[in-house]
Design a protein around this ligand. Sequence first.
Ligand code: AMP
Length: 417
Amino acid sequence: MKVLVIGTGAREHALCRSLSQDPAVSELHCAPGNAGIARVAALHPVDQLDGAAVTALARELGADLVVVGPEAPLVAGVAEPLRAAGIPVFGPGKEAAQLEGSKAFAKDVMAAAGVPTARSYVCTTPEEAAAALDAFGAPYVVKDDGLAAGKGVVVTEDRAAALEHAAACERVVIEEYLDGPEVSLFAITDGTTVLPLVPAQDFKRALDGDRGPNTGGMGAYSPLPWAPEGLVAEVLESVLQPTVDELRHRGTPFSGLLYAGLALTSRGTRVIEFNARFGDPETQVVLARLRTPLAGVLLAAADGTLGELEPLRWSEEAAVTVVMASEGYPASPRTGDPIEGLDAAEADGASVLHAGTRSGPAGEVLTAGGRVLSVTAVGADLAEARAKAYAGVAEISFKGAQHRTDIAAAAAGQQLP
Ligand code: AMP
C-alpha cells in the first residue's frame, strides 16, 4: 500500500512512524513534513491547504490512501477533490469537519443528537457576551467560534478579560464552566461504525501545575489508571455513536477520526469539544500502545469497511510524551536554533517525534515552530514511561527550550489529576 500523509507536526510524525512499521505499507510519503518525518517518509513540498495540489501529488504517487493530519486542510475541504478523484482518504469532508471548524455547529449537532455538553450561548455583540457571562457567572469560558489552533479558548475568573476576548473574536460561544478531570477519547469511524481507541489525557496549559496560557498541548499519557471503569463504553453510547449517526442523517457523514474532549464532572461526563482529527500530543501516546497495524485500520475507515475489522489490539504498557517548546511559545515562539542531543535521547530509549523542525543547510536539525519536539516513551507503568521520557528530554537542548516537568506525575502516583 502506498500512503501519503498530509501535515507537518509530531502527530504526523507519530502517524508516519506507525505506518512505516506496518508491513502492508510499501511506500510512505508526507507533504510537507518536517526534519524527523524525513527519516521515515519521502517529503514533498506541497501547500497542504491546496486540494488540487494535494490531489495531483496523490495521483502522481499512485497513493492508495491519503491521511490528512491537521484540521486546517480538512476544514478547507482538501478531502473533497481527493474523493472525487477516487482516492481513499482518511479524514472528513469540509461539512462534517465543521464539527471542529465551528464551535456553534458542534453545539447544534450535540443538541440534536442528545449529547451531554456545557450549556452555552452564541454571541456576536458585547452586550450579548456580557449577558451570557452574567448568566453563568465565574469562572468564565469564552471560545472563539472558528479554528484557533487550540488557542481560541479563554477560561478566567476575570470578567473584564473574558469580555476582552469576546470583543477580539467575531463570534464566540460562551458556556458554563465544567469542573472535573479531562479525558481525550479518539474514535475511528467510517461514518457508520465507530471504533474507540484507548483514552489519554493531555496538558493544555504552558506551565507546571496547569498555570499559564493555553497551548496546543504540552504533554500526554495513556492509560488513565484513575478513569472510571466503563468510561469508553459509556462515551461510545452517549457521545460518539449518536454524533456519527446525526451527521450521517444530515447527509454529511463523518469519516476519519472523531476526537471527543471530555470533562468528567460531578454531574456526569460532558463534551468540552470535538475535533475532526487525531489530537496532538495524545496521538503520540495512543499510537505507541496500538498493536494492530495502522494502515489497514485507516483504509477501512476511508472505504467504509470498518465493521469487518477484527477488534483492535493494545499493549498493556503505558506511554508518556513530553513536549519541548521554543522560547516565547505560545505568544511569540523563537525559531531557527540548532537542536542537539536527538540521537542520544533515542539511544536512551525515548522516541523523539518532531513537531516544528526543519533541516539546515549542513543537515543539522533546526527549530521551526512553537512546539518543537514530542519526546515519547513506553514503560511497564506510567512511572517508568515518564522516567524514560524525561531522560530523553534531559539529553536534548536548544536555545530557550521549555517543557513542563509534571506530565503524568499525579497519575503515575495514582492520584487524581
Ligand atoms: P477547547 O479548545 O474547547 O478544548 O478548550 C481548551 C481547554 O479549555 C480545554 O481543554 C479545557 O481545559 C478548557 N475548557 C474549555 N471549555 C471548558 C469549560 N466549559 N469548562 C472548563 N474548562 C473548559
